[in-house]
Design a protein around this ligand. Structure first.
Ligand SMILES: CC(=O)N[C@H]1[C@@H](OP(=O)(O)OP(=O)(O)OC[C@H]2O[C@@H](n3ccc(=O)[nH]c3=O)[C@H](O)[C@@H]2O)O[C@H](CO)[C@@H](O)[C@@H]1O
Ligand SMILES: C=C(OP(=O)(O)O)C(=O)O
Length: 433
């Protein structure tokens, strides 16, 4: 098992290029199942979750490969799909594998997908995905850990989902994506009320539109989809939107460690809530259409925030901003409203000397002048990122164990940090180096 060894205390200077978004890449790879034509995606980040998704697609019978010369390009040909079953063994490490359910059911009329199960940050049910597909006429049974779904029988014996008006009980990101993909090939009109507005949803909608889907209202709470009989390859391929959470993570790293860094291929307009809070913390932030610059010349000021759906403060940035507050001047209150158990990083941050008290969904953080390096254990993806940020400012050495969580969602994080001056290296257990 790999771990990261960080020697803290170096300010960060230079430029970092942000990769394509994990949370857009995963649904967009699955969207390739909606057509028998080969789909090309570019700006595909090199992540464990992407590798897992490619494995799932291959298991279904699709070919799914990275281009040998341009590794950010992936080609998926789902014209050869021969199975509609995503088994537990492939699905268990990644909740987003539920995203094959909508496309398989829409194109083949049947799907059997293992329940993704809970994870460290909460129980994460998929009842809203099921409720929406049922409204579209699907017969769904959940048995032996699998969701088994059949679309209603239509004319000439063909199974096809029917458009429907669906209001989800809460705003769900992958739920909106699954239902939007399913509706793209359904018979008639679907209206998704209470839809999620995260930037990855308009990005997926734009890809589907290039494939011939008829969609309106993406990026708002009400998405309308008129189903078509067939989808094609997106002409000219589709470039995945930059990862706003990776960009936000680097901004927090600089806010905590100090320095002056420009993020390339980053969209400030997708990070308004985080940038506002960083400015409140005393950072100077300037931005253009595809870059963001952060200048951190003084110790940050503690800033309170509460996670909410987009465009509010993202839950996926809560842990990283908590790490900034740990070394800030003053005290801050952080409320987590999206997931019931997303404070797993708190105990590890405390091991580094942070002062944090948790009461239910709220954490009170009192900034300390210095953290001190120690061995800590990553418990989930963003928790790992918060420990790396804390390690960058801690005195002495910090070892972050179990970084397979980090590798799920960050593309060469330690290389990117090293390039801007961090003293960080990956230690592999097998080689010891
Ligand atoms: C691959 C991907 O894009 N992952 C993101 C996606 O996860 P994901 O799409 O899984 O998160 P959701 O938006 O669905 O979850 C929001 C809340 O709704 C609940 N819920 C959701 C669906 C459902 O059927 N029933 C239900 O109760 C969840 O438990 C959670 O409390 O959005 C989250 C919230 O921004 C982010 O943290 C994840 O990084
Ligand atoms: C929670 C996250 O991802 P996932 O939904 O893929 O577990 C995340 O990206 O922070």
């Amino acid at each position: 098992m790999d771990r990261l060894l960080i020697r803290g205390g170096q300010p960060l200077h230079g430029e970092v290029t942000i990769s394509g978004a994990k949370n857009a890449a995963l649904p967009e790879l699955c969207a390739a199942l909606l057509t028998a034509q080969p789909v090309t995606l570019s700006n595909v980040p090199k992540l464990q979750d992407v590798a897992t998704t490619l494995k799932v697609l291959r298991h279904l019978g699709a070919s799914a490969e990275r281009d040998a010369e341009r590794p950010d390009v992936v080609r998926i040909d789902a014209g050869t799909v021969h199975s509609t079953e995503a088994p537990y063994e492939l699905v268990k490490t990644m909740r987003a594998s539920i995203l094959v359910l909508g496309p398989l059911l829409a194109r083949f009329g049947a799907a059997k997908v293992s329940l993704p199960g809970g994870c460290a940050i909460g129980s994460r049910p998929v009842d809203q995905h099921i409720k929406g597909l049922q409204a579209m006429g699907a017969e769904i049974t959940v048995q032996h850990g699998y969701i088994q779904a059949l679309a209603p029988q239509g004319e000439a014996g063909l199974r096809r989902l029917r458009g429907a008006r669906i209001t989800t009980d809460m705003v769900t990101v992958t739920g909106t994506e699954n239902l939007m993909m399913a509706a793209a090939l359904a018979d008639g009109e679907t209206i998704l009320e209470n839809a999620a507005r995260e930037p990855e949803i308009p990005d997926l909608a734009e890809m589907l539109i290039k494939m011939g889907a008829q969609i309106e209202g993406h990026g708002t709470h009400r998405i309308r989809i008129w189903g078509v009989e067939r989808l094609n390859a997106p002409e000219g391929g589709h470039r995945i939107v930059p990862d706003r959470i990776e960009a936000g993570t680097f901004l927090c790293a600089v806010a905590a460690a100090g320095g002056d860094v420009v993020l390339r291929d980053a969209r400030a307009t997708h990070l308004d809530a985080v940038i506002d809070k960083l400015r409140e913390a005393g950072m100077t932030i300037t931005a253009g259409e595809d870059w963001i610059r952060i200048q951190a010349t003084a110790r940050p000021k503690a800033v309170s925030f509460r996670t909410t759906e987009y465009p509010g403060f993202p839950t996926d940035m809560q842990a990283q901003f908590m790490a900034v507050n740990c070394v800030a001047e003053g005290a801050a209150r952080i409320a987590e409203t999206i997931f019931e158990n997303r404070f797993m990083h708190v105990n590890e941050l405390i091991r580094l000397g942070a002062q944090i008290v948790v009461d239910g969904h709220t954490a009170m953080v009192t900034g300390v002048e210095h953290l001190s390096g120690a061995t800590v254990m990553a418990t989930d993806l963003r928790a790992s990122a918060s420990l790396v940020i804390a390690g960058l400012v801690a005195e002495g050495s910090t070892t972050v164990d179990r970084i397979y969580h980090l590798d799920r969602g960050y593309d060469r994080m330690e290389d990117k940090l090293r390039a801007i001056g961090a003293n960080i290296e990956r230690v592999s257990e097998r080689t010891g180096a």
